[in-house]
Design a protein around this ligand. Structure first.
Ligand SMILES: [Zn+2]
Length: 311
């Protein structure tokens, strides 16, 4: 995923439509009984109510039936597409499709103008939206362009993403982990120091002798919250730097879990990925999933969905 714009969710009935778009084909349903064309996808004919519909590939040519231009974004996620030409296109088969008209200047948009389909690749995964353009334009496939391409890089090689560039911000949430950080050893001295500081001196953390016999781990383990704060000692090589904001605050955590113990003496490291970007009146919220593992253990010891607020 490299877009956090709201995306269509295919249902069992509509899945062939979305799959065909991925393959750069427009398929709509036709009734086997009355040969009527049907759109949107459904399980009965809208003309004769028969249940025998079949998917047929069509040319994608039609005419503009109606449109409106958005002067304010319909949702913040669409602010990079302004103005959107929200359109209703009537296909040659007579059915009407809600869509977006692209690559046509405002003054050139005319009701009744001939249009053709564009298969717009909107994510790196090949997700495709059906849009339309003037019959005089090149139709066909509009390839996915990563909005991070072409941005400046800093001297650490990180791509610099301005807070105002929403499309690029959304592209950061690509669900890919960074490389592993440096390692830190969590020894008994460190655990004892944290027990003194926090007041949590439960024997499972601080009494190695008793832990040998009474602990299910046969040794002392670090406090989950100790391992959590040790993330400050882990240098995570984020592939990006957000620029152009006034201030940045740690807004807390959406999820904090300690799925696996860290035995005293273990070596830990961490990695992270951008999980979510959202925009609200408070600013831009970036959710960074931070995972800390004992080196070599597939199961994380800490999962922390950190929320950072930029404004
Ligand atoms: Zn029918």
């Amino acid at each position: 995923m490299a877009t956090l714009k709201p995306m269509p969710v295919a249902t069992k009935i509509s899945a062939p439509f979305w799959q065909a778009l991925k393959e750069n084909q427009l398929k709509i349903q036709q009734c086997k009984q009355c040969e009527g064309w049907v759109f949107f996808p459904r399980n009965h004919c809208s003309h004769c109510l028969a249940h025998e519909l079949q998917w047929q590939q069509v040319s994608g040519e039609g005419t503009l039936y109606s449109y409106t231009l958005t002067r304010i974004p319909t949702m913040p996620e669409f602010s990079d597409e302004m103005p959107q030409a929200l359109a209703v296109v009537e296909l040659a088969q007579g059915v009407r499709i809600n869509t977006t008209l692209i690559d046509v200047a405002e003054q050139d948009i005319k009701i009744g103008m001939p249009v053709k389909a564009v298969f717009d690749k909107v994510s790196s995964d090949g997700d495709t939206l059906l849009r339309f353009t003037s019959i005089n334009n090149a139709g066909g496939v509009r390839e996915y362009i990563n909005p991070l391409n072409g941005l400046e890089r800093n001297d650490k090689g990180q791509v610099q993403v301005p807070l105002s560039n929403l499309a690029a911000l959304y592209a950061l949430a690509d669900n890919k982990y960074t490389d592993w950080s440096n390692v830190v050893v969590v020894d008994q001295d460190l655990i004892n120091a944290f027990a003194d500081l926090s007041g949590d001196d439960y024997w499972l953390h601080t009494d190695p002798e008793r832990a040998k016999t009474d602990s299910p781990f046969k040794t002392t383990i670090a406090h989950g919250s100790l391992v959590q704060v040790l993330q400050s000692r882990l240098t995570i090589a984020l592939p990006f730097e957000i620029i152009g904001f006034n201030n940045m605050v740690n807004y807390g955590s959406n999820r904090l879990r300690f799925p696996a113990p860290v035995p005293a003496g273990a070596t830990i490291y961490g990695r992270s990925k951008v999980k979510d970007i959202s925009v609200s009146h408070k600013g831009v919220q970036l959710t960074l999933e931070m995972n800390i593992h004992v080196v070599g253990n597939d199961k994380p010891s800490v999962i922390n969905d950190l929320v950072i607020l930029y404004r």
